[in-house]
Ligand binder design. Structure first.
Ligand code: SF4
Length: 704
């Protein structure tokens, strides 16, 4: 009898989920060198052994039939498999002349799903090797409004300012546009803990989502009216003598003065609810000892999203709740490494450690760290949507000639996706690094096969600023390479390999951790060995103690005070139908992985209130065409009694959804497109869509 091969003996590797910002820990079972099963682990410091269906099904894509395993080059209009030698020749001829003469003609587009190390390396590639100012990432579409408001007010941004455990100690939780039960399911255990202690939870959203059912209270305000509600509550707090600021701050009187115009009647009109509902909510907020305001993308993805978050920060700060455990304000980060991904240099204005590219001290520090002249370090460039809008335009128009995309799919996720698709087609060079043939990869002139989450080492930072280890459990297939190695090959191809010749990943990781020393997001007290021992919330300086409480005074601005701002709030509300977009529990972002996953079924349909459907003579399952100023799309109708009758909802994971949104209308502070409010008209098609194509029958797991 032959003894079993050592290669087939099962082993286990602990790592983190590829998807959302909870960053649940899994144990992967490895058989024959491939992970075959993901199991939750009870001592996960975030999810405590609960996970959601997406995480458990993530391995299904690892060896998917469509997995990219060789470089693909466009030849005579077709993508054909080529060797790395041919791929590198292409990179050399496409990028080297631009990097030498007109580096601003190269764009780089990253992702909030990248590990911290890849985020760092992508930013370094853009600034040090390519020398382009034009790098940004898809987190611009996710968290940027909340991040901008926190940075303006406190001088930094760490998402949730305290450990998730403390949510359970809040006595009032207001969820503005945050569908936690479907987007961050294990977090429901913390809401449940608060509820079991007697907390009141409101879901404030144009849709009564699954979260609203669990919360028990739903306030169905108009999409985009969250700031008016915050101002109305602030005004009532002042009337009731409840202004007790957290600490001295700039502009307090101006903020209170602006709120005085927001009477309950005006707020009720703007929000599309009753005056009684405004008063009841304001009384609950005034009476609470530890009220916590949390926002999701529903409150943030607007042309005035930064000001909406500002209004909520102002309210919480002036009522004295910032910095208290389990109270205050926090955004709920969406993508797996949405937090770390916005700290370490892939944003257009940022250097590692959440340093600012326009700050002379930060510039000098990083130029010295990278051994380059400060004058050679580019200044801030285009934000994500501006970068995509510039693709294919001429040099005189400030256009981009070559775009490198790492792990992102803007053909599906960008605002005005129809227009963006045409812009990407007009590029001379579109170089996409990915693991599956996304809609963007299909337009590429060169596709480079990269690594999946469990094929690489690294760290991620979750929605509470907790840094955790991601561990490699398998090798990349075929000719694929780990993403960090591909970035180093690009640096070599453009003729600037210095600083990209790492002996191994550990050397890159050590450099990344060192680069953050002294920055706002300081991880320099960590090493791979310390991460093996457990996780910690930043800042984690090399000397001194980590601090789990981020938003207690004094703040990072000169003088140590918070800088409150008077929010600009739109005064007019559309009288027609408003299209709003959002998530489906079984899908993630542009769906490149989850739409292919047989374990994650979901349907693409438009949700209408039954009264709205009746007005148009539409039955469930019939097709309707949605028309906006930017595009049109035909979908089957699903009835949603919990949706406002003036609101139309579609999920955004499928091609076509974002073709309906506006590519030009951006928040002036965060450059976030106005995904959540687009004027729409309905045109019934009178075709029935089969039941099998329109129903989502599968039960959801909420980690309760
Ligand atoms: Fe992954 Fe988020 Fe699901 Fe956890 S909740 S398993 S991190 S997708």
């Amino acid at each position: 009898m032959t003894a079993p091969s050592p290669a087939s003996a099962p082993r286990r590797v602990r790592t983190t989920c590829p998807y959302c910002a909870v960053q649940c820990n899994f144990e992967l079972t490895i058989e024959n060198n491939l992970p075959v099963k993901a199991s939750p682990v009870k001592d996960c410091p975030v999810a405590h052994g609960t996970v959601c269906k997406k995480g458990l099904a993530a391995l299904n894509d690892l060896r998917h039939d469509e997995r990219l395993t060789a470089p693909l080059l466009r030849v005579n209009g077709e993508l054909v498999a080529v060797s790395w030698t041919v791929a590198l020749d292409y990179l050399r001829s496409a990028l080297r002349p631009l990097a030498q003469a007109t580096p601003e003609r190269i764009g780089v587009f990253g992702s909030g799903a990248l590990t911290n190390e890849k985020t760092y390396l992508l930013g370094k590639l853009a600034r040090v090797a390519l020398r382009t100012p034009n790098i940004d990432y898809n987190g611009r579409y996710c968290m940027s409004s909340a991040s901008a408001a926190l940075n303006k007010t406190f001088g930094f941004d760490r998402g949730l300012g305290f450990p998730l455990e403390e949510v359970g100690h809040s006595d009032l939780i207001l969820l503005f546009g945050a569908n936690i039960a479907e987007t961050l399911p294990p977090m429901m255990q913390y809401l449940k803990a608060a509820k079991d202690r007697g907390a009141i939870i409101y879901n404030i959203d144009p849709r009564a989502t699954v979260t609203a059912k669990v919360a028990g209270r739903h306030l169905g305000i108009r999409a985009g009216s969250d700031a008016a509600l915050a101002l109305g509550i602030l005004r009532l707090l002042e009337v009731w003598g409840k202004i007790l600021p957290t600490a001295p701050a700039e502009n307090m009187e101006a903020v209170l003065d602006a709120a005085r115009q927001y009477t309950p009647g005006r707020v009720a009109y703007l929000c599309g609810i009753s005056e009684d509902e405004v008063l009841i909510l304001a009384r609950a907020y005034a009476a609470a000892r530890r009220p916590l305001i949390l926002t999701g993308r529903g409150a943030e993805q607007h042309a005035h999203g930064t000001d909406t978050v500002q209004a909520l920060i102002n309210l919480s700060f002036l009522a004295g709740h910032f910095g208290k455990p389990g109270a205050g304000y926090a955004p709920l980060t969406g993508q797996g490494n949405g937090q770390g991904g916005r700290e370490h240099g892939q944003k257009n204005d940022q250097l590692p450690g959440a340093r600012h590219l326009a700050n002379p001290i930060d510039r000098a520090h990083m130029a010295a760290f990278w051994n380059m002249a400060e004058a050679d370090l580019p200044q801030p460039g285009y934000s994500a949507q501006e970068l995509l809008n510039a693709c294919g335009q001429s040099a005189e128009q400030g256009g981009i000639e070559a775009l490198i995309v790492l792990g992102s799919n803007p053909v599906v996720s960008a605002a005005g996706a129809g227009q963006i698709t045409e812009r990407l087609k007009s590029l001379k060079h579109l170089i996409v690094i990915d693991v599956l043939p996304s809609e963007t990869a299909r337009l590429a002139t060169l596709v480079l096969p990269g690594s999946m989450w469990c094929e690489e080492d690294g760290t991620t930072t979750n929605l509470e600023g907790r840094v955790q280890r991601r561990r490699k459990a398998a090798e990349v297939p075929g000719l694929a390479r780990e993403d960090w190695q591909i970035l180093c090959l690009i640096a070599e191809a453009v003729g600037r390999p210095e600083g990209f010749e790492y002996a191994d990943f550990a050397e890159l990781q050590t450099e990344f951790l060192r680069s953050t020393a002294g920055g706002k997001a300081d991880y320099s007290g960590l090493s791979a060995q310390q991460l093996d021992a457990g996780s910690a919330q930043w800042p984690i300086p090399a000397s001194g103690q980590p601090s789990p409480h981020a938003y207690a005074p004094p703040y990072r601005h000169v003088g140590g005070q918070a800088r409150l701002r008077v929010p600009e709030v739109p005064s007019r509300v559309s009288s027609g139908l408003t299209l709003t977009t959002g998530r489906h529990a079984n899908q993630y972002q542009s769906g490149t992985q989850t739409r292919r996953n047989p374990g994650l079924k979901a349907s693409f349909e438009v949700q209408l209130h039954p009264d709205t459907a009746r007005e148009y003579g539409l039955k469930a399952g019939e097709a309707v065409t949605l028309k906006t100023a930017h595009g049109e799309l035909t979908l089957p109708v699903a009835f949603a009694p919990g949706l406002r009758p003036d609101t139309v909802f579609i999920p955004f994971h499928w091609p076509g959804a974002n073709a309906l949104t506006d590519p030009e209308l951006l928040d002036p502070h965060s450059k976030m497109p106005a995904f959540k409010t687009t004027a729409v008209t309905l045109w019934p098609v009178r075709v029935n869509v089969p039941e099998a194509r329109r129903s989502e029958k599968e039960a959801l797991s909420y980690g309760l």
